[in-house]
Design a binder for this molecule. Sequence first.
Ligand SMILES: [Zn+2]
Length: 304
Amino acid sequence: MWLRESHKKLDSLLTSRNIPHAILFTGNAGVGKSELADAFSKALLCKSNTNLPCDECNSCNLFDNYTHGDIHHLRCEDSKNNIGIEQVRSAIAFANKTSAFGDRKVILIDPAERLNRNASNALLKLLEEPPENTILILVSSQDGNLPATVHSRCFQITFQSPDFHIAYHWLSEQLPDESEFSKATALFLRQPLKALSLIKTKEFKKLITALNPSKSGNGLDIDVLTTLAREKNPDKLFLEYLCLQLEKFLRETPTATLNSHASKNIFKQQSELRSLIAKIEQGVALNIKLNFTNVVNKLVSLIK
Ligand SMILES: [Zn+2]
């Protein structure tokens, strides 16, 4: 599987017994960072002397039941979209107390890019003077948003995104009955683990129905655009789909075949979609149908 390289690195860290006190997992969302960070934390706490968690010892059992006293999670609390200073303070208190098993302790921060400024500053103290036997694991899909001071104090493991065929093969094993078009579209929109959950949402089913796979291809042409324009109630996923199609179009079309006026304008529409998506993510109420149709109509006149 595509995680082999990251597995190997973690495995050699465990074998060497020389584990950095702070490890940062980076890579695109949906490639398996959180899942591997969990498994790695479990292995760090496992009482057996193997590199993989044994799944049998007392520590592994407690871990599976979310009652292990030597792991502390920092994540966005309900109704908040960031990790605040109080949470970091409780992690520092956890780091300074004696471990339940008299062994290692793990602090898992996921998603680390959501640490707010005060929280990052407080965390720095822990990164600069790490208590013995406490290992911090930070997981981030947007590590560019982490302060350089935090970044530079972590040992980084970068997760590669899998190649399409490997991802498709994996997704097909999970969803043997799903259509080829759905699987390819989900992988076009998301990395495999996110694609798997996306495929089950009603937003995705709506998009697939609107795209009408029997008629349109999976590319950017007038047919696809006119089909999308007909959707009465598009949601954010429609904007994301179109934005990615434009990105692909601009990447793949040789500049010579596109006159500069058209490519400049397509680029402009893509930026427009990006900013609309960002606004929706920030909770700004906007008329998606109106904005989406505007962009689609401009594109139709450009691509015709
Ligand atoms: Zn175990």
